[in-house]
Unconditional design. Sequence first.
Length: 71
Amino acid sequence: MADSHKTIVIALGGNAILSEGEYGTVEQQMLNMELACRQLTPLIRSENHVVITHGNGPGGYSPDPAGRVCC
């Protein structure tokens, strides 16, 4: 019998967890990931197979206005 469920692959990380104008502080990234997880909850609870993976995005970084560097 064939599996009728879909496989959904979601890639989070790097620039995908930053909003425009954000500098990528740990606090910003944690808040953005919490929001993303809340948005993904219905998919995770569905009968589908969900794969969540992480990428590091591009190798560059930008310091925030205080000169701190993240990632």
